[in-house]
Design a protein around this ligand. Sequence first.
Ligand SMILES: Cc1ncc(COP(=O)(O)O)c(C=O)c1O
Length: 458
Amino acid sequence: MRKQTKITLDEKEMPRQWYNIAADLPGTMNPPLGPDGNPIGPEMLAPVFPMNLIEQEVSQERWIDIPEKVLEMLYLWRPTPLVRAYNLEKALGTPARIYYKNESVSPAGSHKPNTAVAQAYYNKEFGIKKLTTETGAGQWGSALAFATSLLGMECKVFMVRVSFDQKPFRKMMMRTWGANCIASPSMETQAGRDILEKYPDTPGSLGIAISEAIEAAVTDKTGQTRYSLGSVLNHVILHQTIIGLETKKQLAKIDEKKVDVVIGCAGGGSNFAGLAFPFVLDKINGAEIDVVAVEPASCPTLTRAPFAYDHGDVAKMTPLMAMHTLGHNFIPPPIHAGGLRYHGISPLISHAVNHDLIRPEAIHQMECYDAAVKFARTEGIIPAPETSHAIASAIREANKAKEEGKEKVIVFNFSGHGLMDLVGYDKFFNGELSDHSLPEEDLAKFTEILKGYPVPTR
Ligand SMILES: Cc1ncc(COP(=O)(O)O)c(C=O)c1O
């Protein structure tokens, strides 16, 4: 008998705690380092983040309560549905059962509001009135604009130039929610002016936009502005674990006992880790699960970049973090998956990859668009270009299951819709897109900058 297509939860069934994987990862994490090469203390982050979020950043507690006010904001769109992709399965002729967690139903259209509402809440509790941030494709900027509008706070977003030009509707969304969005690099910060002087035609990068947003926060003399990051950091990933925790409850509801493959696309790593970390916990406890982080072949952070200490931004304003990194000066080719172009990745994910708990995979953009179109024409939703990487990997796994004649269970994170990204689809249909591998000599050139930095242990 055909089971339910959409597996939903009541609001009262939504998880009341986030899961912190720092409590369970094997080995010892390399600590963030200050400019002198020594581990930083929480007080060094205080000009940038409020202390209540810094406490979460360094916490070793396995479970952290979600405040009631955050739950109330999350109820606007959560719990999100887990959907059985019956039509896609049929089109592929696979014996695999494919499920996707639909995070595109949030007001901003992606998983990003899960942490945006939490971060805005903790900042407001701490007395902060304004948040600054960067955004790549515009998903994160619009998520924070939405969250700050709910809480009556100000918001300023530095948007990577290439996306600012390619995606005008995202900045209109931010404006509608009351935020101020400008192109980065900009003339408003020293970091922006320095870059523009050297490279007036730069397409920008997340690393540059982060420098600008941090500078704008720490130079506000009122002390009432802080910076907010949409991925990479431990507290961001913590807030996203509601995705995987809900998914487990939903699978239990339909008596799906064993998951074989868990997949997410990985930029800074937050949607991937949000779905995957609760399953990685099962893996640490002995379950056999293939946990796959998918990145673009043109920005191969986990698959080809060294594990090293590096800054999170171009102007070196962030502490040194131990992560896989293409080097903080990395300027990625302007492929359309703007949210997957970051030079580094979450240190928690890097650590888990080093301990073989996660398998990284790189896929080219044409295969991803092909998969996205297949998905749109079977399941209906038009995926964000970032999300298409997870779909392409799920299709690879479903085809493998077909070859092997195995009834595998595949779960992937549908991190966002692509309704603001249709220009990319148009280019795909017009034959204007192609694949791009990062040449070995470019990788060597960008990572040269890491020489002389402290070396993390694996
Ligand atoms: C829809 C969508 N998916 C994925 C990502 C990648 O970010 P992360 O790796 O933090 O989930 C982004 C980033 O902008 C995004 O907008």
